[in-house]
Design a protein around this ligand. Sequence first.
Ligand SMILES: Nc1ncnc2c1ncn2[C@@H]1O[C@H](COP(=O)(O)OP(=O)(O)O)[C@@H](O)[C@H]1O
Ligand SMILES: [Mg+2]
Length: 202
Amino acid sequence: MILTVTSHKGGVGKTISAIHLAAYLARRDGEGSTVMVDADPNGSALGWARRGKGRLPFEVVSSRDAGGVVRSFENVVVDTQGRPRGEGLRRLVEGCDLLVVPSTPDAMSTETIILMARDLRELGGRADYRVLLTMVKWYNRRAAQARKELNKRNIPLFAAQIRDRAAFPTAELRGVPVYELKGRGAREGWEDYEAVGREVSG
Ligand SMILES: Nc1ncnc2c1ncn2[C@@H]1O[C@H](COP(=O)(O)OP(=O)(O)O)[C@@H](O)[C@H]1O
Ligand SMILES: [Mg+2]
């Protein structure tokens, strides 16, 4: 399966989501099953892998090197820089089984998602995509509000959502998936991505 993580907005958890979905698929299907393609020119996933010195359960390759290797993997997860439009968006959609679109539960991100959904509709309904709410804070109801707005417009959403957890930036700093860290925040952070992984599979 090919999953592409994209959005029209930066800093919404694309790289974090790509890393943890790839980790989920790699653990489910075993060593050598999964590869991650870093299609972000900033190379954030490649940097993550470098910092962790081999502690990710999958390989990360740059999009330049992807052509030759991806066919030999069962699962491919592509992390992008974002803001795909027109032809770029069409290529992304056609190249994958599911587009995962992270979004933070604030009004600006929700507006951006509504615009992206319109772009995707213009591609003629071929786009299989789902919005993932990320960095959800326990102390407000913005996620519920964002869900309501998106549901109203028939925009597909994952039932699972990712809570805001300090463990994620720590995992990013150390170059590991969040399940390598101790503590409740890390455990719950991983459970959130496992729930998304199950929805992707099912
Ligand atoms: N669920 C979360 N809880 C706390 N911090 C998060 C969470 N998801 C992402 N972050 C942090 O937010 C920042 C942006 O995330 P990132 O995945 O790099 O976004 P993008 O790839 O969309 O630019 C990073 O510093 C990351 O560690
Ligand atoms: Mg990124």
